[in-house]
Design a protein around this ligand. Structure first.
Ligand SMILES: [Zn+2]
Length: 271
């Protein structure tokens, strides 16, 4: 009798937890560097570690976890007309490679003083773009490879340039000959098409909800800022502009200021 009473008392809490579990679901598992594309019941409100997450009119949403994300995150799920439930997410840790690059021009490892202003301006421009939160969920149908080539650098690796430790590599490098077309990973809008000191000729696409892809070291730019681009539309071509040791595409993927790993989101075979 007592056990039965306890079960009945626990039932409302259990139902609320189940409702929260079905109110928001996503593909993949939380991990360092992961971008999780999900779907929530219409009208659900979400917050990750206290920060509101945009939910589209059809329920599309996305969550990102940085390279150094802590082992646990809290997702608040508030179903329409329901009580918010806090879901604890285990964020899987990852191991990172160490990548040593030698023979870089000294000016690229330690920039000369006269370009520091330029670098500062470009860094500020990138930080401002990372705040763009547009409402179309153009990321929801997944991503395609932007170019075919050899993977010459992976996300998260610790970089040692000419023997000096530098910030980790927060993108995926695809090495291919200069002129190899670079395609949009998903439909988007061109936020940036410019030439930067480190990134060389670079394109950033906005895929909505803070999801942005970045294509750097291009030999040419085939798009202009403000343009809408289709999936697999040519953005430019692989080059060796900016800080490089040879021609390759540096592909970046961000969720706002958080750089995530593009590779797990790409099809297993390049195409
Ligand atoms: Zn790179």
């Amino acid at each position: 009798m007592i056990a039965r009473r306890a079960t009945l008392l626990a039932l409302p809490a259990l139902l609320a937890t189940r409702r929260a579990a079905t109110a928001a679901a996503w593909r993949g598992e939380p991990a360092q560097g992961a971008l999780l594309v999900g779907r929530a019941a219409v009208g659900t409100r979400l917050a990750l570690d206290g920060r509101a997450v945009r939910v589209g009119p059809d329920g599309a949403f996305v969550l990102g976890f940085g390279r150094d994300a802590k082992p646990e995150a809290v997702l608040e799920v508030a179903p329409a007309g329901g009580r918010a439930e806090a879901r604890r997410l285990s964020v899987a840790p990852r191991d990172w490679q160490v990548q040593r690059l030698e023979g870089l021009p000294g000016a690229m490892v330690t920039p000369p003083p006269d370009v520091l202003d330029r670098i500062g301006r470009e860094r500020a421009a990138l930080a401002a773009l990372r705040k763009v939160d547009s409402d179309e969920a153009l990321f929801a149908d997944g991503f395609d490879w932007p170019a075919r080539g050899r993977i010459s650098g992976v996300y998260g690796s610790q970089r040692v340039l000419n023997g000096e430790a530098r910030a980790p590599h927060l993108g995926l490098d695809v090495a291919a000959p200069v002129g190899t077309p670079v395609l949009a990973m998903a439909p988007g809008r061109v936020l940036l098409a410019a030439e930067f000191y480190f990134l060389g000729k670079v394109v950033i696409l906005d895929h909505g909800h803070g999801v942005q892809s970045l294509y750097a070291h291009l030999s040419r730019l085939d798009v202009a800022e403000g343009m809408a681009v289709a999936r697999r539309q040519t953005l430019g071509a692989i080059g060796a502009t900016g800080r490089v040791t040879g021609p390759h595409l540096h592909l970046g993927l961000n969720w706002f200021a958080t750089a995530v790993d593009p590779q797990p989101l790409l099809p297993p075979v390049q195409g």
